[in-house]
Design a protein around this ligand. Structure first.
Ligand SMILES: Nc1ncnc2c1ncn2[C@@H]1O[C@H](COP(=O)(O)OP(=O)(O)O)[C@@H](O)[C@H]1O
Ligand SMILES: [Mg+2]
Length: 329
């Protein structure tokens, strides 16, 4: 999830021409291969068909797209908005992400001034407010949103994405068309992985691709991220390389430090410093690592500074690259 919102800044600006501008900075493939058109979003074909019709007719209701992470919710909303507004996209769309402040006042003021703004749009089209990960908004902010939706619905449409639709207050749900995305099928993920392998000249065997699909559990973002990290780490996508990870080695080192008497805080802070400055891992993996390290740091500061906590951290870091069933008890 983090990579969708975090990947935005630099990556977004460069991916319109499919290339990374900054030298030496490899654009994460999830961004580079983010579909631009609804036609290119794989899976959930019935629902995507509905969106294509909306994009063509321009008769856009308020919508909620719900479903598990990494299956194309945010992407679909952007495609829809682009297809509806064309060149007016920039002026005609207000996007508020989970990382933005979306408290009650922001909802009232930002959306209000956007909704009142005069923008020239293609005939019959509306301005669009995109609220990504809307289920993370507080009920209070959602109530404010609901009233704002009512007041400005003649000029502005709202598109919400969320993992859990039941966390959206009922009065908003009842104003929206709710589209539920199912997790992606193996064949759908495979199709996209093959396209990327072709475009990036990735060397692979069938077992390697199966392993990527298996570990992704229907999450395309994860499949593509793992493809990129296996490719950049090993130069060949085989099952072994996909599943590789070294939890035993990590635990051994951890025990050593522990036995030498280092405290849990010392260890976790050092892990953080090393990860932060280590440039052999892709940016998105680094972000995931830092997130896990941060959670563990917090638990340790809350008083749970045990070897087990640190072992759990090691396991979660490895798990980002390793076979999940090894961790099922
Ligand atoms: N259905 C899909 N078709 C093609 N690519 C996809 C699809 N779903 C996810 N992806 C890839 O994963 C990335 C994240 O997708 P996103 O739409 O942000 O997922 P989410 O459902 O979590 O909002 C995209 O940039 C794209 O590379
Ligand atoms: Mg998303």
């Amino acid at each position: 999830m983090a990579s969708s919102s975090k990947g935005k800044g630099k990556a977004k600006e460069t991916d319109t021409n499919g290339n990374s501008a900054a030298q030496g900075y490899e654009l994460p493939w999830v961004e580079k291969y983010r579909p631009k058109l609804l036609e290119d979003v794989v899976g959930n074909s019935d629902t995507i068909e509905r969106l294509k019709i909306i994009a063509k007719d321009g008769n856009c209701p308020h919508i909620i797209i719900s479903g598990l992470p990494g299956i194309g919710k945010t992407t679909s909303i952007h495609c829809l908005a682009h297809q509806l507004l064309g060149d007016a996209y920039k002026e005609g769309v207000l996007e508020l992400n989970a990382s933005d402040d979306r408290g009650i006042d922001v909802v009232r003021n930002k959306i209000k001034s956007f909704a009142q703004k005069k923008v020239t749009l293609p005939p019959g089209r509306h301005k669009i407010v995109i609220l990504d990960e809307a289920d993370s908004m507080t009920p209070g902010a959602q109530q404010a949103l609901r009233r704002t939706m009512e007041i400005y619905s003649n000029t502005t449409r709202f598109a919400l994405a969320c993992n859990m639709p039941n966390k959206i207050i009922e009065p908003i749900q009842s104003r929206c068309a709710i589209l539920r995305y199912a997790k992606l099928k193996d064949a759908e993920i495979l199709k996209r992985l093959l396209e990327i392998c072709e475009a990036e000249n990735v060397k692979y065997n069938d077992e390697g691709l199966s392993a990527l699909i298996f570990t992704s559990e229907g999450d395309m973002r994860q499949a593509i991220n793992n493809l990129q990290s296996t490719h950049s780490g090993f130069g060949f996508v085989s099952a072994d390389n996909v599943f590789k990870g070294d939890i035993d080695g990590a635990m051994e080192k951890l025990n050593e430090l522990w036995n030498q008497g280092y405290s849990a805080v010392d260890i976790v802070v050092t892990i953080f410093r090393v990860v932060k400055t280590y440039d052999q891992i892709p940016e998105y993996t680094k972000l995931e690592y830092i997130k896990e390290i941060g959670f563990t740091h917090m638990r340790i500061l809350e008083g749970v500074g045990t070897l087990i906590q640190l072992g759990g951290l090691m396991a979660r870091l490895c798990k980002l690259n390793l076979k999940p069933e090894l961790f099922k008890i």
